[in-house]
Design a protein around this ligand. Structure first.
Ligand SMILES: [Zn+2]
Length: 539
């Protein structure tokens, strides 16, 4: 009886925790609508004859909407039917005017991408869109690269036309890829597309849908003719099985044209960015000096003669503690630490860190550029350390170990008097290692920027948890149950302790960011400036 009660109580607790995490998940993760597990778009290229003649009635019968990437000239013979295709809810995407591809295709020799330039390509894309709009009454927002080729020119004169597509369209679809698209990560200007020509449903398509559902991805399938059999032909029987599967609620698939899903993904990303921007407590881009661009508390950077001489602190850069390095940042300028030095640089933690005496959560995000084994001087170095006393007493940090090969670690230590009452040295104290987490990914290198994130939640409760990410990839987590007691006025956000290298885009948030949000930060176009703009817009 007693056991049953305990189990029941545990079950109730788990149940409530699940509800809380689902509710929290709403704004912090990208989820497909209505509880769907994945998204799926079917697309067909070139405005082939079988699209109006076979595709239109077939998709009407199966009640499915798809994307047709069209070349306007190929539509002329069936203008009436193409209007009916639009009326039936299908999407028309741009596929250029003359379908230029590499001149290695003999049929493309007189319209070879090798002989194109960006100006000609832009003009052609605009002209194709206006012809499509004239004929079918819709302006394309989606584009597919003919032959999946994204370049113009040759050799040293080659240029990518992906930026042009990003400028003119919401999406650009590639061809003959193998991956599905992550709604958080995917570059919409280079959507990955898997061929469905000549494929069977059960052997070829179903396994990749299952994989995508596991990853909650978006699969874009691409084909050409729609028919029974033949070269570059998507089989009718495959489409029947595929659409029946996609419409079976048990598989949780959202089947919609590329443009519709892209619009949803863009909205979700924008809302995630808004949430992120609202929860920023400190942001320093070093693009306009060392003062933080934004802070809940004092945005001024201070420098002091040494870690244990903080009474010498002064506003701004002194003691050669650090310097601005122009144009070398992950975006704009960076904060450089040219030599290992005693002087220290820091922001005040008060208000900039949303410290809480109970249930304290937050996130630390920064970028580092260095070759640890070649550039660092002997000894430990903490690129960032947040504490009111020292590295082992109510502190959060990341460090490189003291000798080559260097390991890179997250350290989260509550009150020293609680976790290490006898103050035993780290080397002899297993409790030290229990609070330390070495990264398994070490992508550092000269000229390479690496994104580092520590999230923490429930500190100052029994359920403290800290997670470590490198370049958006989860490295592991640590549980910390001891309290973090701060004298808030003394607490600092130290930057570059004993460090040699570059640092950029330091940001603190007032809650533990989700995995999706960490990934979003990692590939946020324009970096923190994007969040700062969102923040201003939201006010
Ligand atoms: Zn094509």
């Amino acid at each position: 009886m007693k056991n049953q009660q305990v189990i029941l109580r545990q079950f109730t607790l788990i149940f409530f925790l699940t509800i809380i995490s689902i509710q929290e998940g709403k704004t912090q993760q990208i989820r497909w609508p209505e509880g769907k597990m994945m998204a799926l778009s079917l697309s067909f290229d070139d405005a082939r004859e079988s699209h109006p003649t076979v595709g239109l009635p077939l998709f009407e019968e199966l009640d499915a909407q798809v994307t047709f990437y069209v070349v306007p000239n190929a539509m002329r013979k069936y203008e009436k039917e193409w209007k009916a295709i639009v009326a039936a809810g299908h999407e028309l995407g741009n596929h250029t005017l003359v379908h230029p591809c590499s001149g290695n295709f003999p049929w493309a020799r007189d319209k070879a991408l090798e002989n194109y330039n960006l100006t000609a390509m832009r003009a052609e894309l605009l002209e194709a869109s206006s012809q499509i709009e004239e004929m079918a009454g819709v302006k394309p927002t989606s584009f597919a690269y003919p032959c999946g080729q994204t370049f113009v020119g040759r050799g040293s004169q080659t240029k990518s036309y992906v930026p042009l597509i990003a400028d003119l369209f919401v999406t650009g679809r590639d061809w003959l890829n193998e991956a599905s698209n992550s709604p958080v990560y995917a570059d919409l200007a280079q959507l990955q597309a898997i061929s469905m020509d000549g494929k069977n449903f059960k052997e070829d398509i179903k396994p990749l849908l299952k994989r995508a559902a596991n990853n909650e991805d978006w699969v874009v399938l691409a084909g050409h003719e729609i028919g029974e059999e033949g070269f570059q032909t998507t089989r009718i029987e495959m489409l029947r099985q595929l659409i029946a599967y996609a419409k079976d609620p048990q598989y949780g698939i959202w089947l919609a044209p590329v443009g519709e899903i892209a619009k949803y993904v863009e909205e979700q990303r924008a809302s995630l960015q808004r949430t992120l921007s609202q929860d920023l407590t400190l942001a320093a881009t070093f693009d306009d000096g060392v003062q933080a661009d934004y802070g809940f508390g004092d945005t001024k950077l201070f420098t002091a003669a040494a870690y244990d001489e903080l009474e010498t602190q002064q506003e701004g850069l002194h003691y050669s503690a650090a310097e601005i390095s122009e144009g070398t940042g992950v975006y704009g300028d960076a904060l450089a630490f040219p030599t290992k030095a005693k002087p220290v640089a820091f922001y005040q933690a008060a208000q900039n860190v949303d410290y809480q005496k109970e249930n304290w959560s937050g996130t630390i995000s920064l970028w580092l550029s260095l070759d640890p084994d070649k550039e660092l001087a002997p000894g430990y170095t903490d690129p960032i350390q947040i504490t009111d006393v020292g590295y082992n007493d109510a502190a959060l940090w990341v460090d490189f170990s003291d000798k080559n090969p260097r390991s890179f670690r997250m350290g989260v230590y509550g009150d020293l008097a609680v976790w290490n009452p006898k103050n035993i040295s780290p080397d002899k104290n297993p409790a030290f290692n229990e609070r330390l987490l070495p990264a398994s990914d070490l992508p550092f290198g000269k000229g390479i920027w690496t994104h580092v994130v520590v999230t923490y939640e429930g500190l100052n409760s029994k359920e403290g948890l800290a997670k470590f990410y490198i370049n958006g990839k989860f490295q592991g987590e640590r549980k910390i149950s001891e309290p973090f007691t701060w004298d808030l006025e003394k607490a600092k956000v130290f930057l570059g302790l004993n460090f040699i290298g570059l640092m950029d885009e330091v940001a603190l948030f007032k809650r533990s960011l989700s995995k999706d949000e960490v990934q979003m930060l990692y590939h946020l176009p324009g970096g923190l400036h994007t969040l700062l703009k969102q923040q201003k817009a939201g006010k």
